[in-house]
Design a protein around this ligand. Structure first.
Ligand SMILES: [Zn+2]
Length: 386
């Protein structure tokens, strides 16, 4: 039964209206409890067995199972309920606005379109009149925009034979690998001194500036490699910077927070080695240079494995719905797929179009989301033995 555009628009609009800003982004953000309660009620009405599992107090995962006849595998559709904050929106970010095929609103694409797709897939399966052997598990998880505690808890729960992570992407693509990333602090230490005592002071901020300039050069040159991934570019940018205490003193400490990508086949240690090479270079021209890298977060890349049966099911579904063969490809952004695959769960990514993620006027394509629902329904039926 094809999912109609009206159904998609209504459900996605309902989800956008519920504030699920992660507390990390806005202390007064709604968090995941209210949206989890809405999704849980909706999926129970659709015929699923529903469970709310807290990842930390008040931040639950929704786990909804549509039982098959037995003896088949369990396929998980994983979406996420949390969003980033409303900073920069010139109008109410939580009031959905529809212009043509686009639904605008905070989290419309990342990740409420994924939640809507997973929910409507379960409903379509429940109403299809076909009962597959295997179970469909819809997991709308918390904290994907934070430390992915929801996906980690899902992976630890077990009982999943294969997973589809639903995130914004082209509907005709099956993503089987993506970058990992690291959050690094680069710290330089100088020697504090009175501002008039140039011979005594070592300027930690100037030294950090030298390092940042060279990292930026690395980004503009060698990080444009890896054509196997969608746009081939290794993530590398500064996130925040601090240092010094006052106008009148040489600063003894400066720090920049960086986000750096890790391509499939690489490790965070490769990025750290590059930065340490930069330290050695800067030390040659800057006497007293002292640099250090501190790892804040290390997320390995995602490389699918054991996923052929799932990929075949998805490829057949995409060909049937879109009338063309899918592209098997890689992506730039990190998702919880890396965590599920690391736990031994064969995983691929499917999704629908959207744009302006983590920015004002984020949008999701309504027609594409309807097509994704149909692709997921057909994939589930084929994989679960319909
Ligand atoms: Zn996001």
């Amino acid at each position: 039964m094809p999912v109609v555009t009206r159904q998609v628009t209504d459900l996605l609009g309902d989800l956008v209206r519920i504030d699920s800003v992660a507390p990390r982004y806005e202390p007064r953000g709604g968090g995941e409890a209210a949206i989890a309660a809405f999704i849980a009620g909706w999926l129970a009405d659709a015929g699923a067995e529903v469970e709310l599992a807290d990842t930390e107090p008040g931040r639950p995962n929704v786990l909804a199972t549509l039982r098959g006849t037995g003896g088949g595998p369990t396929l998980c559709l994983r979406a996420h309920t949390d969003t980033v904050g409303y900073r920069g929106w010139s109008r109410d970010a939580l009031t959905p606005r529809i212009v043509g095929d686009h639904l605008y609103g905070l989290g419309a694409a990342d990740g409420k379109a994924g939640c809507a797709a997973a929910m409507l897939t379960l409903l379509a399966l429940a109403r299809s009149g076909v009962r597959p052997r295997g179970d469909l598990l819809v997991a709308c998880v918390a904290d994907e925009e934070g430390i992915a505690a929801g996906t980690t808890a899902l992976a630890e729960r077990g009982g999943i034979d294969a997973a589809i992570v639903v995130e914004p992407q082209r509907t005709d693509e099956i993503v089987v690998e993506h970058q990992g990333f690291g959050w690094l602090d680069v710290v330089t230490r100088g020697i504090p001194a009175h501002g008039s005592a140039a011979d005594d002071g070592v300027d930690a901020i100037v030294h950090l500036a030298e390092v940042i300039t060279r990292i930026h050069r690395l980004d503009r040159s060698v990080f444009h490699r890896f054509p196997s991934l969608n746009n081939g570019r290794t993530v590398c940018h500064t996130g925040m910077v601090s240092g010094g205490t006052d106008y009148s003193s040489y600063p003894d400490l400066a720090r920049v927070g960086l986000e750096v990508g890790i391509q499939p086949g690489e490790r965070l240690a490769d990025r750290i080695a590059e930065i340490e090479e930069i330290f050695a270079e800067v030390a040659q021209s800057e006497p007293g240079f002292d640099g250090q890298v501190v790892v804040r977060l290390d997320r390995e890349p995602f490389v699918a494995s054991g996923h052929q049966a799932l990929q075949d099911a998805a490829a057949g579904a995409i060909a049937a719905v879109l009338g063309r063969e899918p592209t098997i490809t890689g992506a730039t952004g990190w998702t919880g797929a890396a965590i599920l695959q690391r736990a031994g769960i064969p995983t691929v990514l499917l999704g629908s179009a959207g744009g302006r993620f983590h920015a004002p006027e984020e949008w999701a394509s309504i027609s594409d989301l309807a097509r994704l629902c149909e692709i997921l329904t057909r994939t589930a039926l084929a994989y679960l033995g319909g």
